[in-house]
Design a protein around this ligand. Structure first.
Ligand code: UDX
Length: 435
């Protein structure tokens, strides 16, 4: 198959590289000259474990190329994926589709022969219909099928998620498009990953409903964590106990500082708005969003409480800034709100993150950055674990204790058993359990 990926951001690049790895002939296109130049020079602009190697191998094998212009590769393509950004529109929370429609028009202009155009970007229900209308009315001579094929990639695990998916959702009822999509995913099909075909609108909604459900699970367990603290119960054991019920499942039940990232906050908000517009409000998701917003601020207050109710002039060392480990992504990271609350309270904030400091510098206010956990913990009045990077899982507490001003550890990800930290003389605060 000859495949073009329009948009070489996170989703486009991972999907394009993995499809080339399946043996397809892939061109990743992007309007950003800087990005394409970097990619052509062998530099991968995002941090994703395994991605650089796949890109290198497939470029070497001649199956993966990059381009600033889409016309030539699209004219030769069997399938064109739209993987451009759909940011939240300023003011109303709806997804901004201007990049999607602009890409669709440019693609239609260029296609020749039967071509399948696939939305990979997360788009509101009905976007596929609108793209089809644009094609029909503005490009009547073109033979194009419009398909929805949402991605379910997790940052930090995107390559595995792409190659070993729980399912592949494909929204189309067009027989020729079904055949082409089967061919695109044939290597996975042999891997027994289920291809789930449905109508285009259903497919578009599956993506939002899946993310909303997962976000709801997280907000649920976060509220249970608060209740555990009041009742003297242990949220990790509650999560395990309910998760053993297969109807509930044990995934996405880790209590913490709230969800962040490029998907959950944006997609839950967009779904809530769509549901309201259609007079069918999703009250559970409205509440999920509100719980998460409050959660992040509450975690700032939790740190202040752990410091005796006042952080003015105190040094707080923040371990982990990205919204989760194994990514350099700072979008909607809980650390932003936690740090703001601490700065508002007059704290002196020092921070360290293995990959996120470059992005953080542009987003956070008066934060001092350090080279490792021990450097920033020197003379600190508290160490706060905000993101559960592996390198924070085996901290040398003896060493920390010697250099800190006050022995306080706030573990917002519950990565330590209380006893392991408190045996070194620390006051240890976690989420939803004693300690
Ligand atoms: C998510 C979806 O998982 C993926 O299918 C979709 O395509 C994009 O959005 P991602 O944003 O990369 O992926 O991260 P994910 O691992 O899902 O975590 C999202 C947020 O939830 C993170 O901030 C994480 O720390 C938080 N989280 C996750 C919890 O707080 N508790 C959990 O149990 C799980």
């Amino acid at each position: 198959m000859r495949i073009v990926m329009v948009g070489s951001g996170y989703v486009g690049l991972v999907s394009g590289a993995c499809m080339a790895d399946f043996g397809h002939d892939v061109t990743c296109v992007d309007k950003s000259e800087e990005k394409i130049n970097a990619l052509e020079a062998g530099k991968v602009p995002i941090f994703e474990p395994g991605l650089e190697a796949i890109i290198r191998q497939n470029r070497g094998a001649g199956r993966l190329g990059f381009s600033k212009e889409l016309a030539a590769p699209v004219a030769a393509a069997d399938v064109v994926f739209i993987a451009v950004g759909t940011p939240s529109r300023r003011g109303d929370g709806h997804a901004d589709l201007s990049y999607v429609y602009a890409a669709a028009r440019e693609i239609a202009e260029a296609v020749s022969g039967f071509t399948v155009v696939v939305t990979k970007s997360t788009v509101p229900v009905g976007t596929g219909d609108e793209i089809e209308r644009i094609f029909r009315e503005e490009f009547p001579g073109k033979d194009i099928a419009v398909v929805s094929n949402p991605e379910f990639l997790r940052e930090g695990a995107a390559i595995t998620d792409f190659k070993r998916p729980d399912r592949i959702v494909i929204g189309t009822e067009e027989p020729r498009a079904i055949e082409v999509m089967r061919e695109v995913y044939r290597p996975l099909y042999l891997n027994e990953a289920p291809l789930y075909f449905c109508e285009r609108r259903t497919s578009e909604l599956i993506k939002y409903a899946a993310n909303a459900f997962l976000a709801m699970k997280i907000s649920f367990i976060n509220e249970i964590a608060d209740l555990c603290e009041q009742l003297g119960a242990d949220v990790q054991k509650v999560a395990k106990g309910i998760g053993m019920d297969k109807r509930i499942g044990d995934k996405f039940l880790h209590a913490g500082p709230g969800y962040g990232g490029s998907c959950f906050p944006k997609d839950t908000l967009a779904l809530v708005k769509t549901a309201q517009d259609f007079g069918s409000p999703l009250r559970l998701i409205e509440t999920t969003v509100a719980i998460n917003d409050n959660r992040k601020r509450a975690m700032g207050r939790k740190v202040i409480a752990a410091c005796g109710g006042n952080v003015r002039g105190k040094k707080v060392a923040i371990l982990g800034l990205t919204f989760k480990p194994n990514t350099d992504d700072m979008r909607d990271a809980p650390s932003i709100t936690v740090i703001q609350a601490l700065l508002d309270g007059g704290a002196i904030v020092h921070a360290y993150d293995p990959e996120g400091m470059e992005a953080a510098r542009e987003m956070l206010g008066a934060v001092v950055y350090g080279g490792d956990p021990y450097e920033i913990a020197e003379n600190a009045d508290a160490v706060v674990i905000v993101t559960e990077w592996d390198e924070f899982r085996a901290l040398d507490f003896k060493r920390l204790k010697l250099s800190m001003n006050e022995p306080v550890v706030v573990d917002l990800r519950n990565i330590y058993p209380a006893s392991e930290v408190s045996k070194h003389g620390f006051s240890y605060f976690s989420v939803g359990k004693k300690g």
